[in-house]
Design a protein around this ligand. Sequence first.
Ligand code: ASP
Length: 353
Amino acid sequence: MKAIGSITIVLVAIATIGVASHFRSSAAVGAAAPPSGFVLVAHGGAGDYSSMKAEQTEMRRSAMLKAVQSGYAILTKKGSSLDAVEATIRVMEDSGLFDAGRGSYYTREGIPEMDASIMDGRTLNAGAVASLKHIANPIHLARLVMEKSPHVMLVGEGAEEFARSQGIEPVSPYLFFNEREWERYQNAKSAEEKKKSAGLAANKQHGTVGVVALDQAGNLAAGTSTGGTVLKMPGRVGDSPILGAGTYANNESCAVSGTGTGEFFMRNIVAADICERVRYLRVTLEQAANDVVMKELVEQHGDGGVIALDPKGNVAMPFNTEGMMTATVRVDGKVTMQGWSKNAKPIIVSVTK
Ligand code: ASP
């Protein structure tokens, strides 16, 4: 037994379902969902976390477990995948440990600008927000855009004005300040100055969060929330709020949330491409996800990964980076955390304890 935060976990190394290897293409996490089963998969970014201190990794695991527990609590009571996706992402946004909500990366000007989206696979309804500076939970605002506005996407001041009309109080940008992100920002700036380059500073740790879920009624949903990339230009919008690029859900095919350098995900409409391959080519989810992430993106040097889920409960999670932080929970309450680093064995944590 080993403690993660206050939660007791059971470590189980399962070599056969490992994502331990570098450039592991895809992982089938358990069997397909039984009728009236459910599945929820979360990611906390793709990249190279090998230099991350053990205690930092533990904190993220603990936060992901807490997040997934909140989604599980909804799904187990026959709640909707949409509610589970939103609740899980909110916990990750609030944790300050990921590139979303309170942990968002900073723009060139040293303040975060956040993007998020959510999509309902049953109706194809969706909501998205971008370039937010004063909203603590962008995923919640994306949900409100979907349900309380006639639009799919609102950005910047218009989105924040809409938030106020829905009773969401704006927060000070200082809420998003933290030492870790300030340090990352300073390091990225000085690295860029040294290179005398105007291009994007290299950052090998994406920390966007995303969730896909299948509920007991058989409905899929997907959501993604992010602060974007380090030192992005003010006004830059990535793939996370763009439906079909970083987020997509359709009961006919699959639900996807991506993480990586968003410019590649937008050019390749990654999330929609995976789902449409399943729908039109009738290939398996695993093949579709692998072909897009491990072939198309790799050919273009587009770094990142996706979590993908189909209506039968099959899961694919290919990533072409060193790692991708993921957590998967099924009806039995076992959370499988895998992909975190090159040689890490999957960890299975009981959500019900
Ligand atoms: N995809 C996000 C973006 O480009 C970044 C990430 O995944 O961390 O905005």
